[in-house]
Write a protein that binds this ligand. Structure first.
Ligand code: NAD
Length: 296
């Protein structure tokens, strides 16, 4: 049993926190949203009145926050995690943030004598609730070794991707590929239909041919072939346009900093940016299909 401070009990963090409790850990839960803390308490966590209280009661900190600015201020701001942490404490940030922000956080943690891993996740709220997330972690070997048993309680596949920030690098490169492949899959289904094929016929052929990809076989953007995909519930998320756009922006920023050419990544960012600007940020990211059909 480990004493854990869990900060950020939103859509993802609530399920992750509950799974840590289910695994027998003593979890001190805090969120700015009081109702989220009460919901965590109903799932077995100990409600903390403040960030400082949660951290002081714990030996490990896990965070699941919206963006890099929240992560840096929660850890290193006034009366934040670092100001209340025991020497040598382990910090695990599971939020999706910029590679640069993750490296900056790790640098500050190391300077303060703490261990830190960035451990963003793949899998949405269903995987967070079920404890089947994929974690891609970056950080020193010693920090990863200590973090692994805690991540095991929240996920199914746990990878050590290398040094600090490498977890975020894996996450945004993967999601850039996902965004690109989803747009390509939507365009292919739309073209096939306009040329006279129904969605099921095209799926049957392409899913066992060279166009096969996850966006097609697990998350088909055309209604019908994959009953669990958001296409069958009018593109309710799932994984929303706003989340995909966030990840594509992070990929773009990182690519500029690293001097990597991402022609299709930038085009995908434009496609999702356009949907977002037209008020469709809450649509599932496979809703590109609906737009191609002129139904938005
Ligand atoms: P969310 O907005 O539902 O939850 C974030 C929580 O952090 C909120 O409850 C908010 O009150 C809390 N918070 C913000 N600032 C705080 C502070 N200073 N102190 C304490 N609590 C604070 O977001 P989410 O959907 O749970 O996503 C969290 C992270 O996971 C994001 O980085 C997101 O990109 C990533 N992610 C989300 C999904 C998904 O499907 N939702 C999938 C993979 C990764």
């Amino acid at each position: 049993m480990t004493k854990i401070a869990f900060i950020g009990l939103g859509n993802m963090g609530s399920g992750m926190c509950a799974n840590l409790c289910n695994a027998g850990h003593e979890v001190h839960a805090f969120d700015l949203n009081e109702a989220a803390v009460q919901a965590a308490a109903a799932h077995g966590a100990l409600p903390a009145l403040s960030l400082a209280d949660a951290v002081k009661a714990a030996d490990v900190v896990v965070t699941m926050l919206p963006a890099g600015k929240h992560v840096l201020s929660v850890y290193f701001g006034d009366n934040g995690v670092a100001a209340n942490a025991k020497p040598g404490m382990l910090f695990i940030d599971c939020s999706t943030i910029a590679v640069e922000d993750a490296r900056e956080a790790a640098k500050q943690a190391e300077a303060g004598g703490f261990l830190m891993v960035d451990a963003p996740v793949s899998g949405g709220t269903a995987a967070a609730d079920a404890g089947t997330l994929t974690f891609m972690a970056g950080g020193p070997d010693a920090a990863f070794a200590k973090a692994k048993p805690i991540l095991d309680a929240m996920g199914k596949n746990i990878f050590h991707a290398g040094g600090s920030g490498n977890g975020q690098a894996a996450k945004i490169a993967n999601n850039m590929l996902l965004g690109i492949s989803m747009i390509g899959t939507c365009e292919a289904f739309n073209l096939a239909e306009k040329l006279g094929l129904d969605a099921q016929t095209f799926f049957d052929i392409s899913s066992v041919s060279s166009g096969q990809c996850w966006s097609m076989t697990s998350y088909c953007p055309a209604p019908g072939p994959v009953p669990t995909s958001p296409a069958n519930r009018d593109y309710k998320p799932g994984f929303a346009v706003a989340m995909m756009l966030k990840d594509l922006k992070l990929a773009h920023e990182a690519a500029v900093a690293a001097g990597a050419k991402i022609t299709l990544g930038e085009m995908a960012e434009k496609v999702y940016g356009d949907l977002d600007a037209r008020g469709h940020s809450g649509l599932d990211f496979s809703g590109v299909m609906k737009d191609l059909k002129g139904a938005l």
